[in-house]
Design a protein around this ligand. Sequence first.
Ligand code: CDP
Ligand code: MG
Length: 687
Amino acid sequence: MLSEYKPIFLNLEDDDSFASERDSKPTDDSVTTFVFNAHHSLAIEAQRDRLPIRKYRDQILYCLEQYQTLVLVGETGSGKSTQVPQYLYELGWHTKGIIGITQPRRVSAMTVADRVANERGEVLGDTVGVSVSFIDKYSESTQIKFMTEGILLREMLADPLLQKYGVIMIDEAHERSLLTDTVLGLLKKIMRKRESLKVIISSATIDAQFFKKFFTIESKENSAVILSVEGKMYPVDCFFLNEPCADYVKETVATVLKIHEKEANKVGDILAFLTGQEEVLDVVQLLNEHTQQWTNNNLQVLPMYGTLPNADQLKVFFSAPKGTRKAIIATNIAETSVTIPGVSYVIDCGFVKMKWFDSNSNTDTLAVIPISKAQAEQRAGRSGRMNTGKVFRLYTEEEYSKLPAQLPPEMKRSDLSTTILYLKALGIDNVLRFDFPTKPPAKNLLAALELLLALEALDNKGTLTQPVGYFLAELPISPMMGKMLYNSIQMACSEEILSIIAMLQVHTVFSKPSTGQGQITARVKKREFEVAEGDLITLLNVYTGFVAAGRTKEWCGQHYVIYKNLKRAYELREQLAKLCRNKIGMPLISCHGNVDVIRRCITSGFFPNAAYLHHSGVYRTCRGNREMEIHPLSCLYTIRQPQYIVFCELLHTTKPFMKEVTVIEGDWLTELAPHYYVKRGVRYEDR
Ligand code: CDP
Ligand code: MG
């Protein structure tokens, strides 16, 4: 039966170049959207009929008539995103207003919109439309509109009650990104004022009750309901370790081999969860070293992670040759983002990688931490889709009992400056009292308010300033970057700053060959672009070189830079330039490569991230005096250390590391941000 599975290919050009972009400020998210169709060979109508959600069509519509909020639970692939909007349309719900559906990522919005238009035999942009940042395909006749959460937020700026929508579906709400939570909080406000607005929240099982509670209005009966369209779940046997294990990578390898040996006469694939791509590749390599020695190799080892090329991701969906078992070694992408058929055994390492924001140091920390109980259940459940399953937890029962019920959503562990900008732009003055689904820590809110004040996006009363504050709120880039862009117009270097910003939006542009010799050549080639002024000017050099050479693939190949990413940077730059012209109405100006002007402009935006070289030889932040180091990937890592620098990002892995660093003059701090720094002796301190 498994061999029937056929892949479908996304008909989007360059789809994985969008992979990391949520439609808002950049995040480190790198999960690609992946779609797999088990009934590809059937006619569209037959495909639609076979989806698990089909049986619930009437119930969905009934619930939505009776309740204002419907929380819809169902696993990936059951038909939530593509079918629900069509069911509503088929019953004429669009006459009450557009049917809007948000997705957390641009690629999902575009692929799902494309699929729905296809199913309806139409082209995208007619009844079915899509809007993600920088791409709009909709028209007057659009009734079903897919978009990212960021777009819905920006639509609220013009239409605070979302009057043109009759139903809004927030898809994949369990991801609980900053934007999801912000949108949910705002929707709740809107729904109080507009009782006719219906909201569908699509969610994984574990969060359904939470969403229901959030949208329940005490005074009103029938405000929210949960409907589960989950397929049948078979029982799952749980096995724990007797003793804690020292190395879950090795333990995973041993467990895969043990399952394969002990369950030799049973069918069923193995799915192992690890925390990141590197661990996944380690396990794959260790397993391959074993299986290569077998005379009859009947174990097919496959990696699965977000940045894996689509063609390789596809392999996990094909059934292995007869008599062969698959072992899929995955990151937590396989928890909810994709459903892999045929899995009977799950191995759970018990950990997850997560980013935390620390408001004391204004740092993001990337850490591997124990998972929550809910996550442990979700992982285990992946084994019971086709038949009874088994989960092997690489921790003891006692360790399990100490796991937290849930891990905090992004709202509790992120920098909030962008969120606050949005809320302020929507006229929500008291952000401390805003009804977030999960309250962010007050000190993170205060840190964000302070930063916005420093950037002059807010005034002393906490009101959004005109024009700076509004300009920053409307731009899809971070506030510091936005301020740098704003200043670049006055400082006459906006052409260069735009290029730098566009380059910072894409993942690294430097390619990393897998062979030793290739790596050395790539390093030498990168050196050719590197300059003593730092990483941002280096990026500008790459971009300028690319454009001057006619933006060709050949040039990229010769210089070991990634064509796809540079092309994307070029497109992003075009779009940002257009936005700038529209919002500020000023021409773009070039400083013709005057590096001092560019560095001063960078300082005028990133001054809160300034650091100086302490006499101990370690950098410290000018404000707060905290120690940090230059990231090994920075071009300034190996050269003589400059006295003053500004950085774009601070990432705490083993230590706090400054990324994307630019060399500046200390005097520029007091000159360009006199409200923030004053000169004391030889040091610049906060006022
Ligand atoms: O939202 P959910 O994960 O519940 O499912 P969906 O995105 O509505 O997809 C339902 C089914 O439609 C998938 O299982 C695929 O068979 C098919 N599909 C497709 O073939 N191509 C797409 N771009 C999206 C969905
Ligand atoms: Mg979906």
